[in-house]
Write a protein that binds this ligand. Structure first.
Ligand SMILES: *Cc1c(COP(=O)(O)O)cnc(C)c1O
Length: 216
């Protein structure tokens, strides 16, 4: 199947859910095929690779979706429209500072380690509300969503993690007041996005179902 055909069939399935077209390892020509077919937001997690490609891309929104080391923050703030993977307060402060220097207010999502996996990045459920309140006191960064990468399990087992995320998302939306304004719930990838949508994702991140296997 061509990139265009894959995008078309996925967009049809998603109905209103937003698509992040994940383009790591994919060359600019094929990314542009996806953009021409209707993808409006791309997701990347490799800074150097993205920097090499970004000048060749058709207009689109760019989301950073990988773990970000604080010393790379300046570059990411310059190159991307949104950072989905804020996983520490230290990083939030660093983004705030770099965004201020760049004269921007950057939208970010906070990443939740929903399976409490020791090897994964992200905040615990117990600390997330406090964390969002702290981040919202910073002037050049604004939390507008939640993101997770659940444990590597079957889609049906992932459903439970998606459900926990949705519960948190609903609670935060009810608390939406003052400067808290959580709008997006980013969860679900090629293997489990249908389940994520059933459980309330507003945004899915899909790579291999569009471009084929990445070969690693
Ligand atoms: C690579 C990646 C995806 C997409 O994975 P696929 O299984 O290829 O759809 C989604 N989210 C993040 C954070 C990724 O790094």
């Amino acid at each position: 199947m061509s990139v265009e055909a894959n995008i078309n069939s996925i967009l049809k399935e998603l109905k209103g859910t937003k698509l992040i077209c994940v383009t790591k390892t994919v060359d600019p020509e094929r990314i542009n095929e996806a953009i021409r077919a209707g993808a409006t937001i791309i997701g990347e997690n490799r800074i150097q690779e993205f920097e090499d490609k970004c000048d060749y891309l058709l207009p689109c929104k760019k989301h950073f979706i990988g773990h970000l080391q604080t010393n790379k923050t300046k570059k990411v703030v310059e190159l991307f429209d949104l950072i989905q993977s804020v996983d520490s307060l230290k990083l939030a402060h660093e983004i705030d500072q770099k965004a201020r220097e760049a004269g921007k207010v950057l939208d970010v999502y906070v990443q939740i380690n929903i399976g409490s996996e020791p090897q994964k990045y992200g905040f615990g459920l117990d600390e997330i509300k406090q964390t969002i309140k702290k981040v919202q006191t910073l002037e050049n960064i604004q939390v507008t969503g939640l993101m997770c990468i659940p444990p590597y399990v079957s889609p049906e087992e992932a459903r439970l993690y998606f459900r926990k995320m949705k519960t948190l998302f609903d609670e935060l939306q009810q608390e939406n007041a003052g400067n808290i304004n959580i709008q997006e719930l980013s969860m679900g990838m090629s293997g489990d996005y249908q389940v994520a949508i059933e459980e309330g994702a507003t945004m899915v991140r899909i790579g291999s179902a569009i471009f084929g296997d990445r070969g690693y």
